[in-house]
Design a protein around this ligand. Sequence first.
Ligand SMILES: Cc1cc2nc3c(=O)[nH]c(=O)nc-3n(C[C@H](O)[C@H](O)[C@H](O)COP(=O)(O)OP(=O)(O)OC[C@H]3O[C@@H](n4cnc5c(N)ncnc54)[C@H](O)[C@@H]3O)c2cc1C
Length: 288
Amino acid sequence: MIPGSFDYHRPQTVAEAVSLLASLGDEARALAGGHSLIPMMKLRLAAPEHLVDLSRIADLKGVREEGGEIVVGAMTTQAALLADPLIAQRLPLIPETSALIADPQIRYRGTLGGNVANGDPGNDMPAVMMALDATYVLVGQSGERRVPARAFYEGAYFTAAEPGELLVAVRIPTPPAGHGAAYEKLKRKVGDYATAAAAVILTMNGATVETVAIGLTNVSETPLLAEDAMAILAGSRLEPEVVDRAVEAAKAITNPASDGRGPAEYRTEMAGIMLRRALARAAARARG
Ligand SMILES: Cc1cc2nc3c(=O)[nH]c(=O)nc-3n(C[C@H](O)[C@H](O)[C@H](O)COP(=O)(O)OP(=O)(O)OC[C@H]3O[C@@H](n4cnc5c(N)ncnc54)[C@H](O)[C@@H]3O)c2cc1C
């Protein structure tokens, strides 16, 4: 289908974009890579009267290290994340996830900011950002504020961003050297959203799990942080019965829809299997 008509704006700075969004009000939307927004407009599920294209704002692109954190500009594409040497070295979980998102054409346009600001439970990066304990930097008319990814997602397409606020960057604490991480995603075919997926990041002291974080994708209205499962695994030696208990605790917080990706019971079961696989791979990587 063809989208409804809209006016197109292309600001050069964050200040200009924020002021445009404020003056145009509820009928304006930020446009990043357009690979969620434009399909929604074509289906007439969204009909913004104004699009504020962020693609010319140089400050929103790129990856840098700052005060023990990796800072990723909101307009950094999945393809750029896949090619970035700093990300590859410090945060290998991110390119592992980017490579499982959609297809190369979409990864060349789709941005990290669009992926995490969208609020679609099918997006892969939000659960990863929750597992990494990232912080979102938002800028609006009243200035800048920071919101932890773990507090950002309120419901399907509902987030803690206020109307007119722009996500400008994602700040990610650098995990310690020797950490292990993995993202496991079950999908029906290449380019599909997850039936269920799990992100795990952990550190080990010998055979004992020192720290562990788990994010789950597309098994509820929002991405999930599996806190009970994390508490069960921390301090354990990943004994099979402990892993079983943690997997059951993670499955207990899921609430997937029954849809084309399968009935709810199946998707919950798959979330458990993705978690088992991600945990095993992350632990193997941490052991070196
Ligand atoms: C066929 C297909 C398959 C896909 N498969 C997957 C998949 O497997 N996994 C996955 O994660 N994604 C998938 N996607 C979605 C894709 O990753 C999108 O690129 C992503 O969801 C949105 O990023 P974007 O840059 O395209 O944002 P846009 O589509 O431009 O924007 C998405 C939303 O976020 C808002 N927004 C964007 N940037 C900002 C910002 N800086 N500040 C505030 N609000 C902002 C927009 O206003 C809009 O509401 C798929 C898309 C398609 C078409």
